[in-house]
Design a protein around this ligand. Structure first.
Ligand code: SAH
Length: 220
């Protein structure tokens, strides 16, 4: 264990220790990300029946047939953002439990997040308010349509697998902006691209599992 991690773990509950070791073994070395994930109570973001598994290297149910991404996927996406994106405004599609949203709120000045399931969005809003997070705007809607007002984003992170890249999203990304989204390759994967004029430059790529991005929104 590195000295950075040792120091973190002293401030962390024992359940997060194995998760941090696993993240480091898997190539996550950015202290800001490790520190954030060490301090966030991941067990409060999953369905209560699964809270004992919250720090395991696996996706877990969060209600409404949806899952929280596994810790390594969250850590990778966050590291890429830290490495490549300007830390102004980020748009997240798929608020889910609000776990990734919480990490984004610590990395960016402003977070915009969209979720199609009202029940999940309400829960995530409550959680983030309890943690005193105040730089997040929430929207109940279909992420395919993008943010309801015309705002340019420094980065966009999509946490559900879309069948094609939604133009409403790519149009709202600034020149040089960063797009992170899952794609269906030979194996399910997550990629990181930079918008350079009409072209997209792929910067990163890794295997990862995601639930599908669905059309429309659900109220109950
Ligand atoms: N980042 C989340 C992971 C959530 S899983 C977390 O940390 O918990 C993906 C989420 O995307 C689900 O909550 C699902 O309801 C939502 N989703 C799927 N299709 C969507 C769409 N078209 N617009 C907005 N959210 C969508």
């Amino acid at each position: 264990m590195t000295s950075v991690l040792n120091e973190l773990v002293r401030k962390t509950e024992p359940r997060a220790t194995s998760m941090l070791a696993y993240l480091q073994e898997s190539g996550i070395h950015q202290p800001d990300i490790l520190k954030l994930m060490a301090s966030l109570p991941r067990h409060e973001f999953v369905e209560p029946a699964f809270s004992h598994l919250a720090y395991s290297p696996t996706p877990l149910p969060i209600g409404k047939n949806q899952t929280i991404s596994q810790p390594l996927t969250v850590a990778r996406m966050s590291e890429w953002l830290l490495q490549y994106a300007r830390r102004g405004r980020v748009l997240e599609i798929g608020t889910g439990s609000g776990y990734q949203t919480c990490i984004l709120a610590n990395l960016f000045n402003k977070v915009h997040t969209i979720e199609r399931q009202k029940a999940l969005l309400d829960l995530a809003m409550k959680r983030l308010a309890n943690f005193g997070v105040s730089n997040v705007e929430f929207h109940h809607g279909d992420g395919h349509l993008g943010w309801p007002t015309n705002i340019s984003m420094d980065a966009i992170i999509v946490t559900a697998l879309a069948s094609k890249v939604p133009h409403a999203l790519t149009n709202s990304l600034k020149e040089g902006g960063i797009l992170i989204m899952p794609i269906e390759d030979e194996t399910p994967s997550i990629g990181c691209w930079q918008k350079t004029g009409e072209k997209w430059r792929r910067l990163e790529f890794a295997p990862a599992q995601f639930v599908p991005m669905l059309e429309g929104k659900e109220d109950a």
